[in-house]
Design a protein. Structure first.
Length: 378
């Protein structure tokens, strides 16, 4: 099950009107109340504040909230605009981390798939390049993308000291390589964290939180790939590049799997997606013989609450292959595997070993009393 969206994507992708599905160009309004210029000014102010900030990785400037609000208003009520959508993604990343990035990509994908011809900016003498330039700037086209550094700063750990990101992990890793005591302390005095601090934050972060973060990154990568494919279909060689951002997300996921390997082993991606970060599982009702209703907590492992549920899933998969690939042995193999999984151990051994004496030795070695051998009657 996919993780919950943080914005109403469908609402943002509804046609503006029957006559003008993509609305009107928001740049045409040059008044002081223009939503386009309010969004643009707020974005410029937010980026200036970030460049001037001493504490890299601190809270995002409040102007990003204005960008997110006005951009959403434009997209939902006034115009389907790729530049506005690109600014919206930048704001969502600051507000919601990977979930915002994922949903922002999905909004852009929807605009491209449903409103490509009429959407804004309109084509000019430069052709498609000017229409997609703002989206191209997200990952980077001839320069570092506007999403690159903010993505490196998205928190990955959530401990008592602080929330740490890929940028912090790289700092700690570089610090480990410095043998000069003076230079090492100078780095620490300038804000670098030690690997001990980073590992403490990893230890304090719940396993389910790591599972949810890993699942979010994977969903973000999938959304980025869908957006890239949508642009390829309509723009061809002029499609905006996405490789730098894709490689960064893959690097973040790889680093997470490295430093949180033990935690991820406890909380699989399936658990994180099914339970949205809850380790306790699902609460279900059971009714006793006296009619008493009791809530029982059922812990799911990789999305399955019981052995029977997992076996039933195998049978559904078997049935799928039986219908779609009747010539293939896969369905029969799966069906037989489920049948054998439901046998008792003596029954299974009787199938696997022909000699009864071999079966008896296996059972005895396992500390199980062999069944009595039936007399032939002769």
């Amino acid at each position: 099950m996919a993780l919950t969206p943080v914005i109403d994507i469908d609402a943002l992708l509804q046609p503006i009107s029957d006559d003008a599905p993509a609305g009107t160009d928001p740049r045409a309004d040059t008044s002081s109340s223009s939503l386009y210029y309010q969004t643009k000014d707020a974005r410029n102010a937010a980026r200036s504040a970030e460049r001037a900030a001493v504490d890299l990785g601190g809270p995002p400037p409040e102007e990003w909230d204005v960008v997110a609000e006005t951009a959403a208003t434009i997209l939902a009520n006034h115009a389907k605009d790729l530049e506005i959508a690109a600014w919206f993604v930048e704001a969502l990343l600051r507000q919601e981390g990977f979930a915002g990035l994922r949903d922002g990509f999905r909004v852009i994908t929807g605009i491209v798939q449903n409103f490509w011809e009429p959407c804004f900016p309109e084509l000019d003498e430069d052709g498609i390049e000017s229409k997609v330039s703002a989206v191209a700037g997200l990952s980077g086209a001839g320069a570092v993308g506007t999403l690159i550094q903010p993505t490196r700063l998205v928190p990955l750990t959530f401990g008592s000291l602080a929330d740490y990101s890929l940028w912090n992990f790289e700092q700690a890793t570089d610090l480990e390589k410095i043998t000069d005591t003076y230079k090492r302390q100078e780095r620490i005095d300038n804000g670098a964290i030690t690997m001990e601090q980073f590992n403490q934050s990893v230890a304090e972060t719940p396993a389910a939180r790591f599972g949810e973060t890993a699942a979010l990154i994977e969903e973000t990568l999938a959304a980025l790939a869908e957006m890239s494919a949508a642009f390829d279909a309509v723009a061809g060689v002029d499609a905006p590049p996405t490789s730098a951002l894709r490689e960064l997300l893959e690097q973040i996921l790889g680093s997470l799997k490295h430093f949180a390997a033990d935690k991820l082993a406890v909380s699989s991606y399936g658990d994180a997606q099914a339970g949205a970060g809850e380790e306790s599982g699902e609460a279900v009702e059971t009714t006793g013989a006296d009619g008493t209703v009791t809530m029982v907590q059922v812990r799911k492992i990789d999305g399955y609450a019981s052995r029977d549920e997992a076996l039933a899933e195998l049978l559904r998969i078997s049935n799928y292959f039986r219908k779609t690939e009747p010539h293939s042995p896969i369905s029969y193999t799966l069906e037989d595997a489920v049948r054998r999984a439901r046998l008792t151990l003596p029954e299974l051994l009787a199938e696997l070993a022909e000699d009864p004496s071999h079966i008896q030795r296996i059972l005895l070695a396992a500390g199980i009393k062999p069944p009595e051998v039936e007399s032939s009657g002769y």
